[in-house]
Write a protein that binds this ligand. Structure first.
Ligand code: 9MR
Length: 585
């Protein structure tokens, strides 16, 4: 008779989909989903090794299909970890495998093949469906995570700090729909801005891929790609956040304080829209201008939407011209008005990047010269990785995407940006061999900030843009290295995407996942990732930049999920799937 322990080992070796999170992490760090047949393929082995050899064994046959030598010990720049790399790029036979290093536990199962990132791309996009606010998530689409509608937001009050002549404090408006921002239940325009800009960019860059990608959402049968159906959910909410009287856009639709760890909508605390601001209004203008271009392509399915978006964008621009420098300063607001608001701030104070992004999108869509002054003002164009507070590159990517217009109207700027972006991307690619985990991520210690996973994904997007400009596949390899990072080849050993990978995050700071009583968290959500700031004061097992992570639901600083982190991950996973064949992987 086979003992229970042996049975478990056998089941493990046969590759059943057991989820092993919470046990000790495997020392062989791999992309737990797998590798494209002809793409670079490597593992990073952490800890002491007793041999220089390693083996790939096939599953379930257990044949040794490849032998290799581990590279020399490499210290990591972002922790005291050392790794040895196992490079099996030359092995290209599709199948399921484990990597064996004598003396160490066998690696998790991984695949070599085509489409290895299809499931990840679909899951990440579907993650947005699970964040929908005001509609029930039906069992047919949401599976075991089905739930009633969350906040209806059909009666939301104007907060005293947002009062205007036409809408005095306490006026009730409707602001239904959209996505919850993160693990909390509020809706923020600034963070919606970068999220929507990134998803719309994914569509503009890879339209044929998204035109056929289905995520099994209620709208899937209609004649609009699922990505755009999902984006429309939040776009329609965003439109409600503009004051039609003057074009200004409220910063957020929110409770006054965060809900407890309960299901969405069970608390009935009043909801408010809070203060208009320059960042919110310009981000809104950029998103609406970009959305107008795409809506124009679906004029039959979405009659009138292009014009509504464009009108909203222009009005938002006008308001911003009249209020060019109005930050959202929550502390100041709370000194002047009640009720006191303590939910997320997204309090940006520097608006040059928002001006640039809005001007770029409006100009591309309208060709109206009004917006060129702002674009021309940007003499010193710096390459930077986007974040909610820094959206400059979103404008830059859009301008490069519409390269002919850009180069004919701004020839010097277009040429300079192209070469600066490529130099930046070359720096990334060159850093990979020096990286202990073979990733672009972690070149700088400052990569490990609140939401570091989105830094990895956004670096990937920059590299994909370098591919778009040059067609050089080294940039796609660089981008893939950061998907490897997100899916487990990193210092923590976690796959940071819920539902994907063997050793995946299981306890994200995400209210529905905590409150629903279901063991697996809501799938397709990207955890924030290592953040040495540890602002949540939870207990962390390690403290160094790349290990400062805890898979605990108290950890909003390292293990929350957020729409602005999921969006670049959607872009990255979709881009590599879309490009795989073209680059010969
Ligand atoms: O992502 C935001 C991060 O850059 C900030 O440092 C942090 C603190 O202000 O806030 C993060 O955003 C949170 C937002 O304020 C509220 N919803 C959850 C977001 C993710 O943690």
């Amino acid at each position: 008779m086979v003992s229970k322990a042996w049975k478990m080992i056998l089941v493990g070796l046969m590759g059943s989909a057991t989820v092993q999170a919470q046990g000790p992490v495997n020392p062989v760090r791999i992309n737990q989903e797998g590798y494209y047949t002809k793409a670079p393929k490597w593992a990073a082995v952490v800890g002491n090794t007793i041999s220089d050899d390693y083996y790939l064994v096939s599953v379930p046959r257990n044949d040794t299909v490849y032998r290799g030598k581990l590279g020399k010990e490499q210290p990591s720049a972002n922790s005291s970890l050392q790794t040895r790399q196992a490079d099996f790029s030359s092995f290209t036979r599709p199948g399921s495998y484990r990597l064996l290093v004598p003396g160490l536990e066998a690696s998790y199962l991984f695949r070599i093949g085509q489409h290895v990132h299809h499931a990840t791309a679909v899951a990440l996009l579907k993650g947005f469906y699970y964040q929908r606010v005001s509609t029930p998530l039906e069992k047919t689409y949401a599976g075991i995570w089905h739930r009633p509608a969350g906040h209806p937001d059909t009666a939301v009050m104007i907060h005293p700090g947002a009062a205007s002549a036409n809408r005095p404090a306490g006026t009730v408006i409707a602001s239904p729909g959209g996505w919850y921002d993160a693990g909390d239940y509020n809706k923020y325009i600034v963070n919606s801005g970068i999220t929507m800009g990134t998803l719309l960019a994914a569509y503009e860059d890879f339209a044929p891929y998204f035109d056929t990608l289905r995520t099994h959402i209620p709208e899937s049968p209609n004649k609009i790609p699922d990505l755009l159906d999902e984006v429309l959910v939040n776009l329609r909410w965003m439109l409600t956040m503009q004051d039609p009287a003057d074009g200004g856009v409220y910063n957020k639709c929110t409770n006054v304080s965060f809900d407890g760890m309960v299901m969405p909508g069970v608390t009935k605390a009043p909801r408010y829209v809070v203060q208009k601001g320059t960042a919110a209004t310009l981000d809104f203008a950029a998103v609406m201008a970009q959305a107008a271009r795409i809506a124009g392509k679906f004029a039959k399915q979405l009659p009138g939407l292009r014009d509504s978006c464009l009108a909203a964008a222009r009005l938002a621009w006008q308001w911003s011209v009249a209020h060019p420098d109005l930050p959202y300063d929550q502390d100041k607001l709370n000194k002047e008005f009640t009720p006191v608001v303590s939910t997320g701030g997204y309090g940006d104070r520097n608006f040059t990047d928002e001006w640039y992004w809005a001007a770029a999108e409006l100009w591309i869509t309208t060709q109206d010269e009004t917006y060129t002054t702002t674009i021309a003002k940007e003499e010193q164009q710096l390459v930077s990785i986007p974040s909610w507070a820094n959206v400059r590159m979103l404008g830059q990517y859009s301008l490069l995407r519409h390269g002919k217009h850009y180069a004919s109207r701004f020839p010097a700027q277009a040429a300079a940006m192209r070469s600066k972006l490529l130099a930046y991307a070359d720096g990334y690619v060159a850093a990979v061999p020096q990286s202990a985990f073979g990733t672009v991520m972690g070149r700088y210690r400052t990569d490990f900030v609140w939401g570091s996973s989105s830094v990895a994904a956004n670096q990937g997007i920059l590299l994909i843009n370098a591919w778009i400009l040059t067609g050089n596949k080294k940039y796609v390899s660089g981008a893939l290295s950061n998907l490897d990072y997100l899916l487990g080849r990193n210092a923590t050993g976690y796959s940071f995407i819920t539902g994907i990978g063997t050793y995946q995050v299981m306890h994200p700071h995400h209210r529905p996942s905590v409150a629903d009583g279901i063991v697996p968290p809501v799938p397709g959500l990207l955890s924030g990732g290592p953040n040495p700031g540890q602002q949540d004061h939870c207990k962390y097992p390690y403290n160094e930049p790349e290990t400062s992570f805890t898979d605990a639901d108290c950890s909003y600083a390292s293990n929350e999920i957020a729409i602005n982190w999921n969006a670049p991950a959607v872009y990255l996973a979709a881009a590599v799937e879309a490009l795989r064949v073209r680059v010969g992987y």
